[in-house]
Design a protein around this ligand. Sequence first.
Ligand SMILES: Cc1cc2nc3c(=O)[nH]c(=O)nc-3n(C[C@H](O)[C@H](O)[C@H](O)COP(=O)(O)OP(=O)(O)OC[C@H]3O[C@@H](n4cnc5c(N)ncnc54)[C@H](O)[C@@H]3O)c2cc1C
Length: 497
Amino acid sequence: MTNEFHYETDVVVIGAGNAAMCAAISARENGARTIVLEKAPENEKGGNTTYTHGSIRFAYNNNEEIKQIIPDLDEEDFKITDFGSYSEEQYYDDLCRMTNYHTDPTLASILTENSFETMKWLTDHNVRFIPIYGRQAFKVDGIFKFWGGMVLESVGGGPGLVDALHKEAKKMGISIFYETMAIELIHTDEGIVGVVIKENGKTKRIKTKSVVLASGGFHANVEMRTRYLGPNWDLVHTRGSKFNTGEGIQMALNIGALPAGNWSQAHSVTGDRYLPDFEEGFQKLSYPFGVIVNRDGKRFLDEGADFRNYTYASYGKKILEQPNQFAWQIFDAKVAPFLREEYKGRKVTKVKADSLEQLADKMGEIDKGTFLSEIKAYNEAVDESVPFNPNIKDGRKTKGLTVPKSNWANKIDTAPFEAYAVTCGITFTYGGLKINENAEVQNIVYKNINGLFAAGEVVGGLFYKNYPGGAGLMAGSVFGKIAGENAAKYAMQLIKS
Ligand SMILES: Cc1cc2nc3c(=O)[nH]c(=O)nc-3n(C[C@H](O)[C@H](O)[C@H](O)COP(=O)(O)OP(=O)(O)OC[C@H]3O[C@@H](n4cnc5c(N)ncnc54)[C@H](O)[C@@H]3O)c2cc1C
């Protein structure tokens, strides 16, 4: 390869998911010529963002503020919906609580304080949202009451979000190169000057004044997973995009970027034991309404510790720690109506029986005797004096068990009984690059790498051990917008000087 440049621009954005497209739109609206590099072919564009439901967590104070983001929702729907409120403080507290106070306070403040304004910015850029009626609210006494701080999703889910952002980017004159992978950052002592790419297999160079890295984490790279997350992480089910293999992070580390965040843990959920990697429909998240037992027939976690949004991202890891890295979710007929959509369909590993004994026989890989005595002990411990209410943390708990169930505890006593075989699936990784409040990537002596910005999963420091659902997309949008704006300003300054 010669040292000639094949393309020239002001800002290169690496990746074409939510964080990248927010960065590209933001850079362009701040006056920069912008090129987006997408490693995937066009029909697989958008990284993990495409695989989401588009559920997004932001702070708001009342129904009036929700109306600013979904002006099309009709008044009749508003009358039967209680969105409640979710303050910036609650959002910040959730991040602190769920990460055991490891979250970077600067990044967490920026995320929570900019979330509402960024939602409005997204709607100004033609991204549309709707209430998550099906999954985040149950109808009680004619009213949908939302719980867990997450109330809206993008129209068309993840694919809808990606399409809306790509359509907007094209309208704004942003060039998107598909099947084009960034492989190296070109830099001098002054900062970034270009990117080496593989465009349809051909090595080329782009001259640029700044770069936004938004190429996701390394969840789809089995070698990096095992290296950083540890034993057995090579065995987990891989969710989401097969293109998030970590080279964006590696490229930055190669030029002296500072790693940050929780490199030894990841967002991991419980889902079907036998579904092939990358296939949709993996997760099985109605466990707060049942119990989970391992191969030895023992419960090992509090299924009702908190709303599902606040436990689901860490329970995959707990299943990975069980014998043979799997478990069974058990439900009875009383709670079957509460099971989410993903429990239906032919690709679900499920057995059903009219007695617990028969159920254990059909499950096969279970210590039957221990399982039956475990369920008996659990049933005897359920405090039925507190009413069951799926919309709130109802405090209907077990008494006296070593492994408690703190909410939504119902006896497992009504046939037919169902058991679902589940394992651990990795969704995305938490470790990444250190950025400052302007989304500038920091080097190992805590100085800016001039012209290098980052947003989304590629950034470390926000999420540790656990994660509040919907914060991934919001973080990508908030920091993508900031990164794009600052990358454009940096480029404009170079042009002027
Ligand atoms: C099944 C699933 C469901 C989820 N549900 C939700 C949800 O409802 N709400 C929520 O907030 N979060 C959810 N998440 C997490 C969410 O997807 C991520 O937090 C978010 O989408 C990350 O956005 P991103 O832009 O950083 O990365 P991505 O969307 O993953 O984009 C990364 C991009 O970089 C590209 N790329 C990678 N390497 C290179 C390279 N070398 N050169 C060029 N391009 C490259 C990829 O192809 C991709 O386009 C879910 C994740 C999964 C997998």
